[in-house]
Structure formats: C-alpha cells, structure tokens
Write a protein that binds this ligand. Structure first.
Ligand SMILES: Cc1cc2nc3c(=O)[nH]c(=O)nc-3n(C[C@H](O)[C@H](O)[C@H](O)COP(=O)(O)OP(=O)(O)OC[C@H]3O[C@@H](n4cnc5c(N)ncnc54)[C@H](O)[C@@H]3O)c2cc1C
Length: 543
C-alpha cells in the first residue's frame, strides 16, 4: 500500500510528492489529464517548429521559492533562461518603462527616462526589499501565520518598520505611484504587475503585490525553462521518480474515501479504489474538494458556508502565436523584453480592471504579452518568435463594450472575436504585428478549464488575490493552513495560502503538515532517516 496519494500533478502536487518522497514515503500521484504538469505545460500544437507554453511561462516565484529551489531541479535537467530585459511597459508617447535584472541598471534607466526623483524613489522601494530579504520571501511562502519567519522579520524591522510594512500591505498601487513617483513610468510597471492577478490599481494590497513581482524581477529575473514550461514539470517528475514515486496520468479522482472522519484513500472515475496508509493530498480546487470529492456530510456547516462564498479570480483568454519575425514594437526596447504590458496609462488600467470586475468585456483589453524566443532561443527558429498574450475577462459577461456582442458563451466565433480584439491591442503598440502571424491558437475560459480542471471558468490563480481571501481567510475564513477537518487529508492546491503562481509552497506546506501529523521531523538531514525508521515501524504495525 502506498503511504500517500497526491491528487493532481500540477506544480503544487508534484512538489508535495517530492517532499514526501524525500522523507522516505511511498507516493502515488493521480492525474486527470494525459500529461503531468497542470498549468505548467508546453507543446508544439500551434506550429510544429514552435514550442508554445499552454498556460504559465515566467517563473520568478519558482526561482525565489525555497520549496522549489531546495529540490535542486537543475540536477534533473532544468536550465533557466532569461530575456535581456525582464519587463517592458510601452507608454502612449513612445517611451517605455523597463524593468531589468539588477538595481543599478534600473536606477540608471529610470533616471534617463523619468528623471532623478523617480530613480531615487525606486532606490527607496528597493532598499525596503533589501532590508527584508530573505525573511519576507520565506514568510510569504510559509503556512499562515508564519511564526518563525514572522519573528525574524519583526526583529529586522522593529516597530516603525513594521508599521511601514503594514501600510504598504494595505496600499493601492495607484496611491503608491502618486506618493512615490513624479512621472508615470515606474508606477505603471507596478500597476501592470498587480494586474497579473485580479487586483485593480485601486485595490488594497495591489501596491505590495506589484512591488513584490517587480523586486523579484529585479533580483531573480523572470526566468523561463529552456525548452518550454514542460521542462520544469519534467524535472519535477524525474526527481520524484528517481525517489521511487509514481504518477498515473489519465486518472481522475472522483471521491476521497472518508471513514470516521479520516481519509483512507480515493476512488477514481474508472471505479478503482486506491488506499493510502498515511495521507491524501489534494491539488484540486477547494470548492471541488469540500462538498465534491469529500461528501458534505463529513464536513462542518461553517466550512461549506465558506466554500459557498469562495470567490474565483478573473477569467482569462490566452492567444498563442507562431510569428515569422520579431514583433515590430514602436518602442524599440520592448523587442528585448520577455514580458510586455499592453495598457498605456493608469486610467486605461483602472478602466479595464473595473470593467472586468463589473462583468463588462473591455473594448480595449489590457494584455500581458510573452516573447518566449526572446527569453529562450530554443523555442522557435532564429529570427522568429513564439509569443502569447493573455487578458482577463469577466467570469460572467453581462455586457460587451466592444463591437462583437460577445456573451460569454465562448464558442468558436466568440473566441475568434476576442482574439482579433487582442491582436488589435498589440497593433496599437506594434503596427504591422498581424503580418507576422503564421499560426495561432485561442484558449478561451472553457478550453483552459478542459485542459486543467483547476482553472475553473478560466481563473488562473486558484481564487481571488484580494485581501478578503488571503492568509487566514484562504480559502475560507479560519483556515490559512493546509490541514482540513478530515484527518489525514490536506489541501495542496493554489486555493490554499499563499495562493496562485508556480512556487510549490502550497504543496510543500501540505506535505510538511502530513509529515508532522505522522510525527516525522522535516529537517533536511534528519527527515529521510527518521522517516525510513518510522516506515519500518509502521510496516511492522501493518503486518
Ligand atoms: C494562462 C495562465 C498563465 C499563468 N502564468 C503564470 C506565470 O507566468 N507564472 C506563474 O508563476 N504562474 C502563472 N500562472 C498560475 C500558475 O500556473 C498556477 O497558479 C499554478 O499552476 C497552480 O498550481 P497547482 O498545482 O495548484 O494547480 P494546477 O497547475 O492547475 O494543477 C492541478 C492539476 O490537478 C489535476 N486535477 C484536478 N482535479 C483532479 C482530480 N479530481 N483528479 C486528478 N487530477 C486532478 C489537474 O488536471 C491539474 O493537472 C498562470 C496560469 C495560467 C492558467
């Protein structure tokens, strides 16, 4: 019998499985799709000569996350690659706000484009990051409350610093930009970063989110795996298999078997039963787990009520392109950036985000655009570009502010219409873009969900990033930790704290909780040895 079953081979499931295998547990991962990786996969489905990432592409969170860096994936075939410039945000007047790796490069660039006061303001914001590094990153990824790392942070900052951090945590990015910068460029970089999640420029918490993404980019870059997103998942899989773990793809779990308040194993959609001696870890959405895979009768009414209130993040439409040449940006520097934000002014970003929040499909979609061959030349032939753009759309469309009457049915016609609208947005910043499209693929919300059941309605972050669903409020008030009301069952997906993104922390936290519950010490040196001893004892008990 296996020690643990992990439901779902997304990055969180795969990290969880690796942590358990490191402790000497026998682990089996059951994955609904035919390929492991969840939203970390690439293919050649757009054009045989081009590798396109199906979902996520840039991995600053993985590069910074202790859960992933501790796995040493470079020993299992992972190589990172960087674009010359991390991020570009073209402005209406032809200038371009740029984020580079390296503080001094950024200071020089901001001074040249936006003047000395803005460069000094950037240095101030970077100094705060330097003061907090690496405690902040550790605290961010730890289960909530982060007791040890929290104390370390408090020791560094003392009372005044903590209050400053508390204010930053509540600040909207629009307000931060007004307070810190004279010109529009640096603030737009931060506000665009907040819109990777569902945070309006006016949302509390959008400043700290934008700042974190920018500081990660400045320190670690926004790297991509050489060969495509699947290279990251592949390294996680190979590492797991080298430690005896197994993955069964094409196997959807339909039920967690619970007896007397304890998880005993799972049942699959094919009717198989798989038992787990020690734990079941679920890399599935919280609303699918509670009242779905685990029948409501096993769960407290308060939890089910919380799940009813669970808020998904914005839906998403993504277009993947095979381009026969580089994108003809008006702002020349954008050619060297891995990611380009397409939304010119703060007012544009605010209008767009409010429209999406209120169910109105924007006529001018803000977009994130990835130039993957610029970031990793192995993605397509020299002189071409493997590219994508995604934009957020409402979970429920009540009105279309564009000319197409899109209803949110997202059939082929609506998919083509929104893709055309997104291409028009690229044309505004890169006239002649359309002439380079050799092939394209449109991923509407239902397509995304079909390819990965965790992307409910096209949500990409496992639920809203807004403050009312973070930390102890994630996924429902009173949790914030991976433990569930069912003994031996743990929530390991991005619906758990700390939420969306490829950092593996939700999986690692769930795995450590499972190990702790079984009395396993999770120190890196002692853990495996103690676990082996424990398993021998447990095996003797089973016999
Ligand atoms: C378009 C897009 C772009 C993104 N861009 C980035 C980015 O650039 N950088 C970044 O850090 N993050 C990005 N993200 C977010 C990131 O990919 C996710 O937050 C992350 O993948 C979540 O990991 P996970 O393991 O929790 O879930 P997932 O990656 O969604 O994996 C869950 C897995 O569980 C499987 N599963 C679900 N239910 C069952 C079941 N009942 N039985 C068996 N298997 C099941 C699913 O098939 C899936 O394989 C992006 C996401 C999307 C969709």
């Amino acid at each position: 019998m296996t020690d643990a079953i992990v439901i779902g081979a997304g990055p969180n499931g795969l990290v969880a499985a690796n942590v358990l295998a490191d402790a000497g547990w026998r682990v089996e991962v059951l994955e609904a799709q035919d390929q492991p990786g969840g939203a970390v996969r690439s293919d050649r489905g757009v054009h045989p000569d081009y590798v396109n990432d199906l979902f996520s592409s840039f991995y600053p969170l993985a590069a910074a996350s202790p859960a992933i860096t501790a796995l040493g994936l470079e020993d299992h075939g992972l190589t990172w690659s960087h674009a010359p410039i991390v991020l570009a945000h073209p402005l209406p007047d032809g200038r371009c706000a740029l984020l580079h790796r390296g503080l001094e490069t950024n200071i020089d660039a901001f001074e040249r484009s936006f003047g000395r006061p803005d460069a000094l303001a950037w240095r101030r914001l970077s100094r705060l990051w330097q003061e907090l590094d690496p405690c902040l990153v550790r605290a961010m990824f730890a289960p909530f409350p982060p007791v040890r790392t929290g104390l370390a942070l408090a020791a560094r900052l003392r009372a005044a610093g903590l209050l400053r951090l508390a204010r930053l945590a509540a600040l909207p990015v629009r307000r931060m930009a007004e307070e810190e910068f004279d010109r529009d460029g640096p603030g737009l970089l931060l506000a665009g970063c907040a819109l990777h999640a569902d945070l309006l420029p006016e949302s509390p918490g959008s400043a700290v989110f934008g700042w974190l993404m920018a500081m990660l980019g400045q320190q670690y870059g926004w790297p991509v795996p050489v060969g495509g997103a699947s290279a990251l998942s592949g390294a996680l899989v190979r590492r797991l298999e080298s430690r005896g773990g197994t993955i069964r793809c094409g196997t959807r779990v339909s039920e967690v078997v619970v007896r007397s308040g304890r998880a005993l194993g799972v049942r699959t959609a094919d009717g198989d039963s798989v038992r787990a001696r020690r734990a079941v870890l679920a890399d599935v959405p919280a609303p699918h787990l509670y009242g779905g895979l685990v029948a409501g009768e096993h769960l407290p009414a308060g939890l089910l009520d919380g799940v009813r209130r669970f808020q998904w993040d914005f839906a998403t439409v993504k277009v993947d392109w095979a381009l026969d040449g580089p994108i003809p940006w008006s702002a020349d520097e954008a050619r060297r950036a891995g990611t380009v934000h397409l939304g010119a002014t703060m007012a544009d970003l605010s209008d767009y985000a409010l429209q999406v929040t209120t169910g109105r499909l924007p006529a001018r979609p803000f977009g994130l655009l990835g130039q993957m061959t610029t970031a990793d030349p192995s993605r397509s032939p020299a002189g071409t570009e493997s590219a994508w753009m995604y934009t957020h759309v409402p979970q429920h469309v009540v009105d279309d502010l564009g000319p197409d009457g899109i209803t949110g049915r997202w059939d082929e016609k609506e998919g083509e219409a929104i893709a055309h609208r997104m291409e028009e947005q690229v044309e505004r910043f890169a006239p002649g873009f359309g002439d380079h499209v050799a092939a394209r693929r449109v991923l509407t919300p239902p397509v995304l969900e079909r390819l990965d059941g965790n992307l409910v309605g096209g949500a990409i972050n496992g639920g809203t990033t807004a403050a009312h669903q973070q930390a102890v409020l994630r996924p429902v008030p009173g949790t914030g930790r991976p433990e569930t009301p069912i003994e031996r069952l743990y929530l390991a997906s991005a619906c758990a704290h700390p939420g969306g993104g490829v950092h593996g922390a939700c999986g690692a936290n769930a795995a450590r909780a499972a190990l702790r519950a079984q009395g396993v010490v999770t120190g890196r040196l002692l853990g495996p040895a103690l676990a082996a001893a424990q398993r021998a004892l447990a095996g003797a008990g089973d016999a």
